[in-house]
Ligand binder design. Structure first.
Ligand SMILES: [Zn+2]
Length: 247
């Protein structure tokens, strides 16, 4: 899903997903209400959306550290400080830094979920009905009334074959009309905002195409091994697949 635009923050995470440290300036914070958050002129913090949780990290300024533990949705991209951490006032020059282990794991996990989606759709014809993602582990629900024999192992083998194939993961912006012309996108169409003029497309070349605002690795081999931990029944139609990164 396309996250909403954040009017005054330049999204460095969309320009370079490998960026972990950068210089920036505080545009807004409220000294009387630090927990309202901090707005930066440039930010690489992924704000959350499309199932991917927000980045964590720090703002370093004048010998002080502000830990960032989440984001708040609004007209701006508000970065939320850890409770009781000092917050830089507007105009302060700060150095931003992401928690690299968390972000890098989320990138691998998110790309792994797209491989899972693409594989389940191609091999079993099932659509995604829900999901949840944390660093290194995730679950995804599929509309799959009949589970084939040996589904868990068959799926794990097929997913890891796609990872080993080292498929390129390409990001591009498309006009709404061009995006709608991609047949595979229709199956995830309900997750898109109807009014967006430009859609960000994440294309695992030859396997899966989705409109998505998340951060992804550059090719499937960077995901590492994905283990299918469990397949659970969630009602008559739905099967919940739990996965973990195992390397
Ligand atoms: Zn996604």
């Amino acid at each position: 899903m396309q996250p909403p635009a954040h009017h005054h923050t330049e999204r460095l995470d969309w320009q370079d997903v490998s960026l972990r440290e950068w210089d920036c300036t505080v545009l807004w914070s409220d000294p009387a209400d630090p927990e309202a958050g901090v707005v930066l002129d440039r930010s690489a913090f992924y704000p959350g959306g499309g199932g991917q949780p927000p980045d964590h990290g720090v703002l370093l300024w004048q010998g002080v550290q502000t830990r960032i533990v989440g984001t708040r949705r609004g007209d701006e991209l508000f970065l939320l400080p850890a409770p009781d951490d000092p917050v830089p006032p507007a105009g302060t020059a700060v150095r931003g830094a992401l928690d690299d282990a968390r972000r890098s794991s989320l990138m691998r996990t998110h790309s792994g979920l797209h491989v899972l989606c693409g594989t389940v759709f191609r091999d079993f014809g099932a659509l995604v009905t829900g999901g949840n993602m944390e660093p290194g582990e995730a679950r995804m629900d599929f509309n799959l009334p009949d589970v084939p024999a040996n589904f868990k192992q068959t799926l794990e083998d097929a997913v890891n074959a796609e990872i080993a194939a080292d498929r390129s993961i390409e990001i591009r912006m498309l006009d709404r009309a061009a995006a709608l012309a991609i047949p595979d996108l229709v199956r995830t169409q309900d997750r898109m905002p109807p009014d967006a003029e430009q859609w960000r497309i994440v294309d695992i070349v030859g396997l899966d195409v989705q409109a998505d605002g998340g951060t992804h690795v550059a090719s499937t081999s960077q995901i590492g091994h994905l283990r299918v931990v469990k397949v659970e029944n969630k009602g008559r139609q739905n099967r919940r697949v739990r996965v973990q990164l195992s390397s």
